[in-house]
Design a binder for this molecule. Structure first.
Ligand SMILES: NC(=O)c1ccc[n+]([C@@H]2O[C@H](COP(=O)([O-])OP(=O)(O)OC[C@H]3O[C@@H](n4cnc5c(N)ncnc54)[C@H](O)[C@@H]3O)[C@@H](O)[C@H]2O)c1
Length: 260
């Protein structure tokens, strides 16, 4: 079991939802956290609230994950402020609301769907690569948790670009398994719908989604955070994705690969 006590975790998209809950969970176990988000107000407030209860355990750094320099700065802040960076959580994500195939929809513009790809996929690839380079150069161990989604393996036709980014994150993570030889673990969490700001905002922005999503069972955000913690703490889970589903709870996702 990997002990998070005394470790330092870097979390993107940490001002709300899973990122915020994970930060609180890690700090309760004695881990220090470096919080990155574009929502400076909420991020600063979270760091302040954590430090009030657990002095010197959290800091906030503005980080727009579409900017590689912001990701570098966030990760480097952990080393500057706390002397080390042990865990990298690539969590920031956006839903990509609107009809990709309706030429009049704002979601159909190249800018709109590029943004979904940049935040949900490109930033995850870069965040993983930057952390891994850091640990390999120093011959240190490390843990990456990437955030995929159940839409990586369950169809989500009303948000095909989102689903494609999350499937790519899952598969990228599986292909990081050889890093475990260098004591670097890369895992992913793939939750079904969960009532965070991402879902409530998407339903507000696109009321057509309400009949499709509103009736679905959701998973509790705390159960999703259990899966994040398992990825960090369970050293046997190298390269694995943990799905978080309404009926089955947290399970290792087992993709079916053809025999060649
Ligand atoms: N809630 C769900 O149903 C669900 C299901 C599966 C996967 N996910 C994934 O979980 C992750 C966290 O989402 P959440 O549900 O906690 O939503 P959330 O909206 O509560 O949190 C996402 C955070 O990311 C931040 N963010 C957005 N764009 C950013 C950027 N460019 N740079 C840095 N930060 C940025 C937001 O400000 C927000 O604080 C996302 O990757 C999301 O795709 C969510």
């Amino acid at each position: 079991m990997y002990d998070v006590q005394g470790k330092v975790a870097v979390i993107t998209g940490a001002a709300s939802g899973f990122g915020k809950l994970l930060a609180q969970r890690l700090v309760a176990k004695g881990c220090r956290v470096v919080l990155g988000d574009i929502n400076d107000k909420a991020g600063e407030a979270l760091a302040q609230a954590i430090n009030h209860e657990h002095p010197h355990h959290a800091m906030f750094q503005h980080c727009d994950v579409t900017q590689p320099s912001d990701i570098r700065l966030l990760f480097d802040q952990a080393v500057t402020a706390y002397g080390q960076a042990d865990v990298m959580v690539n969590n920031a994500g956006i839903p990509g609301v609107g009809d990709f195939f309706d030429a009049r929809s704002p979601a159909a513009t190249m800018d709109a769907w590029n943004r979904v790809v940049d935040i949900n996929l490109r930033a995850v690839l870069y965040g993983t690569q930057y952390a891994v380079h850091h640990w390999m150069e120093r011959k240190r161990s490390g843990v990456v948790v990437n955030v995929s989604s159940a839409s990586a393996f369950v169809l989500l036709p009303f948000s095909p670009v989102y689903a494609a980014t999350k499937a790519a994150v899952q598969h990228f993570t599986s292909n990081c398994l050889p890093l475990s030889k260098k004591d670097i673990r890369v895992n992913a969490v793939a939750p079904f719908f969960s009532k965070t700001a991402l879902v409530t905002n998407a339903l507000e922005q696109d009321p057509a989604l309400v009949p499709l999503v509103g009736s679905l069972p959701m998973v509790a955000p705390d159960l999703v955070v259990d899966a994040f913690m398992r990825c960090i703490e369970d050293e046997k889970l190298r390269g694995k994705t943990l799905s978080v589903l309404p009926r089955d709870g947290v399970q290792i996702y087992r993709p079916v690969y053809p025999k060649l």
